[in-house]
Design a binder for this molecule. Structure first.
Ligand code: NDP
Ligand code: MG
Length: 384
């Protein structure tokens, strides 16, 4: 029996992780969980999984917690993340909150010597060097949940210590893969939320449409696998069957395949190195017939170019990219700006702020705040 704390249990990743706990009750037990705004779902989850600690990061008065759920310790506000990550003893901590909110939690969990299962890519995007240092210090590798990074991690299990010479990071291309620049610029919220292969939270779905998701994943892979950015290649693969691949010096390429189903990488992180049933459908290559590949287009998807510039610039550039993108995606989801405005705001923030230091968490949170401030400043000029 392994105990798990789930930060962001009400999200797309969090709810699937709970499905897996329910599928293997003899194997996993939830000891702590946090939600943010979706309190009705959260109450239901607490009722079902009966953790020792529960908390809503968007605080509510205790009187509003149903009486039958007061059996556990309740912590409201941001403190809930800290308690779930570091105070409640757990064999593993799944960080599946969205956005830079995950960075502090990952650091808290690592400082408390916890095995971290990482869905929240923003933690590595913004504070990669600090997170990797902390993980190295406790000698517990981060177990990736992001499907591409889980794929690479799985491929590396067959590497017998040989270093890959290249990572092939696959991308579905999102809903606008075949659209022209103009049409992408004016895409609606509904069009952008309509991902062809994956059902995910709103923020990452918008990121997949702009390919900022792939940009963030390049940074994530750079840190997780200690790989020079120029050795990470994006391969657009619309069927989302090959989840990523690694190339070795002899020319051999090892890839990981499967139907697109996040339960597979979530559970691989939970049960690593063991594999257990997930409820996922088996892969039927005959039904698929063919797999296709394209190059990422930096003109229609400037995120793929911007990320290279940020990685070259170093310092807090990736944090600025992330913070500006988070704020811009929120503005797009709120109907304030056109889809193409997201890229304009990210580039605007990077240009205005220039290089900033990233030596510690304070630097990183400062750069993040600055990026959001600039986005707010630039927003009126590109309002719809
Ligand atoms: P969702 O939006 O579905 O869920 C996010 C979770 O975080 C919810 O539990 C939400 O609570 C909570 N939350 C939101 N804002 C805050 C905050 N400020 N502080 C604390 N908690 C907060 O996101 P996903 O599950 O899709 O994604 C989670 C992370 O996993 C992201 O970093 C994403 O990039 C990554 N990821 C997701 C994949 C997917 O398939 N969904 C694939 C690969 C990576 P509530 O809903 O109660 O408000
Ligand atoms: Mg991914």
């Amino acid at each position: 029996m392994q105990t798990i704390s789930i930060l962001g249990s009400t999200g797309s990743i969090g709810t699937q992780a709970l499905q897996l706990v329910a599928l293997h009750p003899e194997r996993f037990r939830v000891v702590a969980m946090t939600g943010h705004r979706n309190r009705e779902l959260f109450f239901e989850q607490v009722r079902t999984f009966r953790p020792e600690m529960a908390g809503l990061t968007e605080p509510i008065p205790m009187e509003e917690v149903p009486a039958d759920l007061r059996f556990c310790r309740w912590v409201m506000g941001k403190e809930a993340l800290h308690v779930a990550a570091a105070e409640i003893p757990a064999d593993m901590v799944l960080v599946s909150v969205v956005g830079i909110a995950g960075l502090q939690s990952v650091m808290d969990a690592l400082h408390a010597n916890r095995q971290v299962l990482l869905a929240n890519k923003e933690a590595l995007v913004t504070g990669g060097h600090l997170v990797m240092d902390a993980a190295r210090r406790i000698g517990k590798p981060l177990l990736p949940v992001d499907s591409e990074h889980s794929a690479i991690f799985q491929c590396l299990q067959g590497a017998a210590g040989n270093q890959p010479v290249k990572l092939l990071l696959t991308a579905s291309g999102g809903p606008f893969r075949t659209w022209d620049k103009e049409r992408i610029y004016n895409a609606t919220r509904q069009e952008a939320l309509n991902h062809p292969n994956w059902a995910m939270g709103a923020k990452i779905t918008i990121d997949s449409a702009s390919m900022f998701n792939k940009a963030l994943e390049i940074i994530e892979a750079r840190w997780l696998f200690d790989m020079a950015p120029e050795k990470i290649e994006v391969v657009v693969h619309p069927q989302s069957i090959i989840h990523s691949a690694v190339e070795f010096s002899d020319g051999a390429v090892i890839a990981q395949l499967g139907v697109p189903d996040m339960r597979v990488p979530i559970q691989y992180a939970m049960s690593y190195p063991e594999r257990l049933p997930t409820g996922s459908k088996p892969l039927d290559l005959f039904a698929l017939g063919q797999l296709t590949f394209e190059r990422g287009d930096e003109v229609r998807f400037p995120a793929l170019r911007i990320v290279k510039e940020c990685l070259n610039a170093g310092g807090a550039s990736c944090t600025i990219l992330n913070g500006a993108n988070e704020a811009a995606v929120a503005a797009f989801l709120g109907g304030e700006i056109p889809f193409g405005g997201i890229t304009r705001l990210v580039e605007g923030a990077l240009e205005k702020l220039g290089p900033m230091p990233a030596s510690n968490l304070d630097d990183i949170f400062h750069a993040d705040q600055e990026a959001r401030r600039i986005v707010a400043e630039l927003l009126p000029a590109i309002r719809k």
